[in-house]
Design a protein around this ligand. Sequence first.
Ligand code: HAM
Length: 422
Amino acid sequence: MSINIPRGTKDILPGEVEKWQLIEQKAKEVSARFNYKEIRTPIFEHTDLFQRGVGDSTDIVQKEMYTFNDRGDRSLTLRPEGTAPVTRSYVENKMFGLPGQPVKLFYIQPMFRYERPQAGRYRQFVQFGIEAMGSADPAIDAEVISLAMTVYQELGLKKLRLVLNTLGDAESRKSHKEALIAHFEPRIDEFCSDCQNRLLKNPLRILDCKKDRDHELMKSAPSILEHLNEESKTYFEEVKTSLDAMKIDYVIDPTLVRGLDYYNHTAFEIMSEAEGFGAITTLSGGGRYNGLVEDLGGPATPSIGFAMSLERLLLALEAEGITLETEEEIDCYVVALGDEAKRKSVAILSQLRQAGIKSDKDYLDKKMKAQFKAADRFKAKFVAILGEEELSKGIINVKNMDSGEQSEVALEKLSTFLKQGK
Ligand code: HAM
């Protein structure tokens, strides 16, 4: 009996993987342009990190983590997101003491969440994320948002909607929390058991509940915008001013609360409005998390970041009918006829590859016609034919597959000839 791939995961095969390489390259190139440096963290972390970092009452921690005990009986978790691990690393490696501040990082790493799989929602997915740590300047909030928008726009996406909100500072949140408790408490028994548990601990999470989404109290719930103190209001205004200066359009949605506990002040999501994108329209999400570094044992470090999954980015490209130009062709396919020529073709191929020429040959003892077919399938720009006659003259016959033009090239000049024609 054959064994299938686990639910919610997928293989990325040749043909598809080139698209991945292209968007990863775009993410890296844009990050470099904005002066963000790459960080790589382990695939698993101590479970505590996410309980404390992401928050005990979030869906991620409650229901979605791949947690296991290792042979030393430590509880470990496959990372469901990147912000807590990057923050752990920031503290552990004392990045707060580095000369170049703020510390601006990006990552492209697989994440794991035990969710119900559907289009755009997987159990293993790859996030491109960035974290800017050590600045409380509202202009960096706008920079982070603009970085995400740049990646999308330069790949050709047009049907984007940036949704913006603020969650305020600790004081504003406290006042909002009290208002939420007062709002939900009288009718809390109409809500699911998760929400009942969340009421006193973390009522903001009720607004994020997938089960009770349509309850009438949800729509009339007090908005954070009514509970912002002056400082939080000013901060939000300045973020908007910076976005306006960059000509980035946004809509304000006071119900945008995000599913992770570490956020304060700016919260945002970028949605796809493309028809056919599917039910889950969020392409990326992020926000400010000024308290997280301190919560994880570091000094007070205001920070902001976002993450997007590459899976959803690819779905959005497809939904907008954008095809990525991927390079699949090879430069040269060597067709060898006869035993002597076959032996010689091994050395020729080795020279071509050392010269940086993408090339290949037959390894299935195919006849000439079939070798030409293979060259076609690999979209070879040139086919170099080596038979007994060519061997005896020390030349090789090169056919330009675009123009049909044939040339006799001295064997030792083959790589120079191909490089000129490339
Ligand atoms: P998040 O909203 O949980 O935030 O996830 C960010 C993005 O990851 C989503 O917008 C979506 O593109 C993608 N994503 C999440 N779950 C799945 C899934 N099951 N399948 C496919 N894609 C998915 C975070 O993870 C925060 N760490 C973002 C952040 C960074 N905030 C500050 N810095």
